[in-house]
Design a protein around this ligand. Sequence first.
Ligand SMILES: [Zn+2]
Ligand SMILES: [Zn+2]
Ligand SMILES: [Zn+2]
Ligand SMILES: [Zn+2]
Length: 351
Amino acid sequence: MSSKEEVGESRAHVVYNGSASRINEIGLQLYPVSEYDSGGGLPYAPVDWPNTGDKWEWRAGKRITSSGAFKDRYLYLPKHFKAPKGGKKNVFRSKISVKKYLQYEYPDMDINQFFASFSWMIPSKQSPSSKDIDFDSDMKERSTSSGTKLQYLLSDSPIRAITCKAGNKICSSLTVENPFPAMLCDICCSEPGFCRDCCCILCCKTISSDYDGYSYIRCEAIIEGYICGHVSHLDCALRAYMAGTVGGNINLDAQYLCRYCDSRLDLVPHALKLLNTCTSVASRADIEKILNVGICILRGSQKRSGKELLHRIESIKAKLMKGVCIQDTFKKESCVDSTGNFSALSSSCLC
Ligand SMILES: [Zn+2]
Ligand SMILES: [Zn+2]
Ligand SMILES: [Zn+2]
Ligand SMILES: [Zn+2]
């Protein structure tokens, strides 16, 4: 993300109100800025932390609260810093993600003092009402002044709600209504052709809703009133060590780690859902595929719920491999068969 691109965009705005600066509680002079404006250091980003001379950067988003502050604002690490683990870019979208990063990198620091050293709130030059009225003209102005900017606007404009950017006719964004608005994302979601609702955040290919969507996982983390909503193929997440049971720094136990927001999701309920899905699948090969996903995400789990479910899925799979009738395979009571011999059952079954 180049924050330099945004500089100089402010002339595109004709509506200026409340442009007088004001002093906040800690003596910082806060001045209103335009959408997508950016800058370095105070008052909207920390300076001299952790080392003297370090300068964090900030950028305003687009949406504005009723009190005239930016709903979306971004904080960037000083330029020479490494991006947070997980290969993400060096940008934070919420106080929570900054906090998580700091707690991990600097466990002994005073986080309150860090947030008190600058203003997280960025006042907007535009009032919320004038913004709504000006939306169309603003959009035209921007699309002609800079082609690249249009993509930015499209990614979080209302247009997103009614079309799938990946051109997927069965995208869930076209049918499912979410009670929470989606979090603004200017990483993957600003890419043309990437749809948050149906493109895997790891491989960018579309997900499949076959068999109740057994093969993908959606992050439903709610952060500050917004849903993350990014999806990932379970296969991709397993390969990237972002799902299942993973040791070391990642430290997952039958969980999924969202690449976008770093939230952890328990995968035991997903595995249980897979098992239920299987009961209405007729193809043995497909059942096996679905069960294998369940086995992969539960394998190695130290949780009781994970271990128990893994045992159950493995025993069902074993029965299936031995040729037991599909209906009988899913009868829970048949699991207690301690002999491990299911041939009697299958020979009497005609399906
Ligand atoms: Zn889509
Ligand atoms: Zn995204
Ligand atoms: Zn994928
Ligand atoms: Zn997420």
